[in-house]
Design a protein around this ligand. Structure first.
Ligand SMILES: [Fe+2]
Ligand SMILES: [Fe+2]
Length: 307
């Protein structure tokens, strides 16, 4: 029964729509929603926002030959682009949370579960608006893509209820918390710092609930398979994301192969990835009742690969 439901839902959940649904509603809904979200957000729509919200230190760029060689105006353009990418990625993740909540509500067997996920989805709608309040640019999947978005949309489309709890709530929201926390710590704009504080409280609840629920579940063979596959895909995607070198091309200063290797070594990129992977491993170890970590290790998923 549950399996059939998941298959039926896979047919109607489209990855593109999970990440990038049409934004504006027709008629008066837009105004009504604005009014309600204004009451729920800590940030304000229409406030004036600087174009650079994180400095070079956020990324360790001040220690790199490549960044230091840029002209002042290109440095600025680089940091602006990184600001956009950070905010857009958050907006896509919060957008996907709407359909995550919706799917979990539909897969819930009890009213209490449905209420839990209705509240989650409501939090994500507020988070999305918080981020949008800082975004004075147009964002779309083509110009602001991140490789992690692909497995994110796929797991929301195809994941079973239990594997979604593991992959979305434990793994991704846990990862997201660390990521948001880092962005908060290094943010140059106080209103955004305060907003992260608020969002982090909700994400801690989502992640914490995920850990408690995951511990109470016994994944089936198929769940185990899905959890393994999506965890692997996420870690691979995380490792394949190369914003810091890609943005050089975006500002018209494409790096040669040698310059790129120099950049990774200046940034100590390998160590950075290693630390991120370790964090994910730690998180998974809290809910690993079925030798997941062992299997991931045997498949070299935790091995740092820089191409
Ligand atoms: Fe969120
Ligand atoms: Fe969340």
């Amino acid at each position: 029964m549950a399996m059939n439901k998941i298959k039926e839902l896979s047919k109607i959940l489209d990855p593109k729509e999970i990440l990038e649904p049409k934004r504006k509603a027709k008629g008066s809904l837009s105004t009504l929603l604005d009014k309600r979200l204004d009451e729920l957000t800590v940030s304000k729509k229409g406030m004036s926002v600087p174009k650079v919200l994180w400095g070079a230190e956020r990324y360790g760029l001040q220690n790199t030959k490549a960044f230091n060689a840029l002209s002042e105006s290109k440095k600025l353009a680089y940091l602006e682009r990184m600001t956009e990418l950070n905010l857009a990625l958050s907006a896509f993740i919060e957008t996907s949370g709407h359909n995550y909540g919706a799917k979990m509500i539909l897969l819930s067997e009890t009213l209490e579960e449905k209420s839990t996920y209705a509240l989650f989805a409501s939090d994500e709608a507020v988070h999305l608006r918080e981020f949008q309040n800082f975004m004075n640019f147009d964002y779309n999947l083509q110009s602001h893509f991140h490789p992690m978005l692909k497995p994110l949309a796929e797991v929301i489309r195809d994941g079973s209820k239990i594997s979604l709890v593991f992959v979305i709530q434990v793994l991704l929201e846990g990862f997201g918390m660390g990521h948001y926390n880092g962005l908060k710590e290094t943010c140059l704009f106080d209103p955004l710092k305060a907003t992260y504080d608020q969002i982090l409280k909700d994400e801690a609840r989502h992640h914490g609930t995920g850990i408690i629920l995951a511990k109470e579940e016994t994944p089936s063979r198929e769940d185990e398979e899905q959890i393994f596959e999506y965890t692997r895909d996420f870690i691979n995607a995380m490792q394949s994301a190369h914003w810091l070198s890609q943005v050089f091309s975006d500002v018209g200063e494409e790096l040669s192969k040698t310059e790129q290797s120099q950049l990774w070594s200046d940034l100590n990129f390998e160590k950075m990835l290693q630390q991120r992977i370790l964090k994910l491993k730690d998180m998974l170890s809290k809910v690993d009742s079925f030798n997941l970590i062992d299997r991931l290790e045997k498949n070299n998923v935790f091995k740092v690969q820089i191409d």
